[in-house]
Design a binder for this molecule. Structure first.
Ligand code: F6R
Length: 615
């Protein structure tokens, strides 16, 4: 939520900042702004609305400064408006600040500052930060060095409760910028005489592949050719760069109309990358990052929790099925925002797996911290190298799906499903508790999946045509049994978030226990049928809705009598452990085409943001 960009170098900052914000807009898009260091002090340009509106602001073309900070907002405190847009400045306009996160004690800090004569123009929590920096800066008037600036930022940050990623510039220090983060993402890309700062790696990938990844409360003093790092007590520390393998073009649309469609089509490649060398052509399974988890440890586990949010949680539901069936260990799947408040039973015999594409989801990070504090071992599954969750967990495994830009997650989901299946196989082999022929056939199926995904994508035009017949619907139902129910949930979520059509997903057999009352003539019911053992029962449930006048779409890999359904999308056959990877694809495409048919912004649906860094 909220995107931050910064630049300190030799070129004009403004175009670089606007380009960075445009790439980061998926993080929040209700207002935007920039501040640069100009010859006559700090510039400040901001307004509500999309980043592109910045180009219309008077004077923006005259900005010459080579240092600047910028922000695209997802409103938390205060409605989208010019006043509430970032950057924010202190009363004396000496400091400009952009902030991502939430300052939980801002009311208290605001009262303190007001009692010291400061005034406020916005309803944001952020506005306390530049004023607090100014307050500490003024108290330290003896020191004339750059450390005075750094100390003021440090003291202000130590007063803040909550989460923050902050960039600060000052008219008094025209060659510097200070950045710091706590529980909110921020990376620094480095080249010889330029530094690029961003909430997310993709926004600045076209400039550099060398990144500094920050830990909480590490303060960074930047100049054009240097990044100096300090711990929370301002002791100087050393940091190495991390080379990021993603290439810049993977963060561009490359001829696709939208990132979401591009990412749907990238799934064969993303899955190949996720499999990597984890399953070899001769069917050996290895997850190097987990090789210290031996048989003795795995045999001692009596419970696994998989904790995540949204789509990542749906991948967790698939993981539960595979781990329980292959490893014979009970698994519970929890929504991260609920997990920590329900007093889960956790001890050293509990293994907790956290799934997060971004690795920055605040609820998931908080759940991870809780699990760790209660003695569980923790594994993070993430797509972003060096993300907060991976630095917090005992072990991290990466999906390697490449940057996912569209707010609605697609390739990250299928990569997570693959990876958690590989993890289940890996653990089952160590434990020796599963039929080796089953494991062998599952591994072969996984290796065959990229080709089958390519095959499945051929349903695109059929799905597009079907979308034209239902895009004006108000309610749509998704049904499935067993593993297909997890896909019904994910299909329903995809539809809601980008088409704004109300939809519900149910276990097919549950419908008659209440929700069937909602089925009336003409309503669309989408069913997923991939498990041969459950097909007959599922068909009976579909019959129940057909009898009540429903229009039916069925996604299946089974050879059935299709005549009873209105539309059937046939997908390649595979085994139920991994069938969600194929059956979700028509549903991703359906959500996409309905959204397009309605003329909506597919990549940036209303009220949402890509990375949810607030609880
Ligand atoms: C839905 C979607 C969200 C995310 C959720 C968790 O398309 O993208 O439901 O899955 O916000 O995000 P991560 O995986 O980054 O923790």
């Amino acid at each position: 939520m909220c995107g931050i960009v910064g630049y300190i170098g030799t070129k004009k900052a403004c175009p670089i900042l606007i380009a960075g914000l445009t790439r980061l807009e998926y993080r929040g898009y209700d207002s935007a702004g920039i501040s640069t260091i100009e010859k006559n002090g700090l510039s400040l340009m901001k307004d509500k609305g999309r980043v592109k509106n910045l180009n219309n602001l008077e004077g923006i073309d005259n900005l010459e400064g080579t240092i600047g900070i910028a922000h695209t907002r997802w409103a938390t405190h205060g409605k989208p408006s010019k006043e509430n847009s970032h950057p924010h400045q202190d009363n004396s306009k000496t400091f400009s600040v952009v902030h991502n996160g939430i300052i939980e004690n801002y009311n208290e800090l605001r009262s303190f500052l007001e009692s010291n004569g400061y005034t406020f123009y916005s309803q944001t929590d952020t506005e306390v930060i530049p004023n607090l920096i100014h307050y500490y800066f003024e108290k330290d008037s003896q020191d004339k060095s750059i450390m005075r600036f750094l100390k003021a930022v440090q003291k202000a940050c130590l007063d803040l409760k909550g989460s923050f990623a902050i960039e600060v510039i000052s008219s008094l220090y025209p060659d510097n910028m200070i950045v710091v983060r706590k529980d909110s993402p921020l990376v620094i890309g480095t080249c010889e005489d330029e530094k690029y700062i961003s909430s997310d790696i993709p926004a600045i990938l076209s400039y550099t592949r060398d990144f500094y990844l920050l830990n909480d409360l590490e303060f960074v003093l930047l100049s054009r050719n240097e990044a100096r790092f300090f711990d929370s007590n301002l002791n100087e520390i050393k940091k190495e760069t991390t080379n990021i393998e993603w290439n810049a073009s993977s963060a561009e649309k490359e001829g696709f109309e939208d990132f979401m469609l591009k990412e749907i089509y990238e799934q064969p490649t993303a899955i190949r990358e996720t499999i990597g060398s984890r399953i070899s052509p001769d069917l050996k399974c290895e997850i190097e990052e987990l090789n210290v988890l031996d048989k003795a440890y795995l045999s001692s586990i009596n419970m696994i929790y998989i904790v995540a949010c949204g789509t990542a949680m749906h991948a967790g539901l698939v993981g539960k099925n595979s781990i329980e069936k292959l490893c014979k260990i009970p698994v519970e799947v929890d929504i991260a925002s609920e997990f920590r408040y329900r007093s889960p039973i956790i001890d050293e015999k509990t293994l907790c797996i956290f799934i997060s594409q971004s690795g920055e989801t605040a609820d998931t990070i908080a759940a991870l911290k809780l699990a760790k504090s209660q003695g569980a071992k923790t594994i993070a599954i993430s797509n972003v190298i060096g993300s907060s969750i991976t630095r917090e967990a005992d072990f991290s495994i990466y999906t390697h799906a490449g940057p996912e830009i569209a707010v609605a997650s697609t390739k990250a989901y299928t990569s997570q499903v693959i990876l958690i299946n590989i993890l289940a196989i890996y653990f089952a082999e160590i434990l020796g508790v599963c039929d080796s022929n089953l494991l062998k056939s599952l591994k072969q199926e996984i290796l065959d999946l990229p080709k089958k995904v390519e095959e499945t994508l051929k349903c695109d035009s059929q799905v597009k045509d079907f979308s034209k017949s239902i895009y004006q619907e108000k309610d749509i139902f998704f049904l499935g049994r067993g593993i297909d129910e997890t896909v019904a949930k994910e299909g329903s979520l995809k539809l809601k978030e980008i088409s704004y059509i109300h939809s519900e997903s149910y276990a097919s057999g549950e419908l008659k226990h209440g929700p069937i009352a909602l089925i009336e003539n003409g309503i669309t019911v989408i069913s997923i049928l991939t498990d041969p053992n459950l097909v007959e029962k599922s068909i009976s449930n579909i019959q129940e809705v057909i009898t009540r006048g429903a229009k039916t779409l069925v996604v299946t890999n089974q050879n059935l009598d299709y005549s009873m359904f209105d539309e059937v999308i046939k997908i390649p056959d595979t085994i139920p452990f991994v069938s969600p990877i194929l059956s979700i694809i028509p549903l991703q495409l359906l959500a996409y085409h309905i959204s397009k048919e309605k003329g909506l912004d597919v990549d940036k649906p209303r009220n949402l943001a890509k990375s949810v860094t607030v609880e």
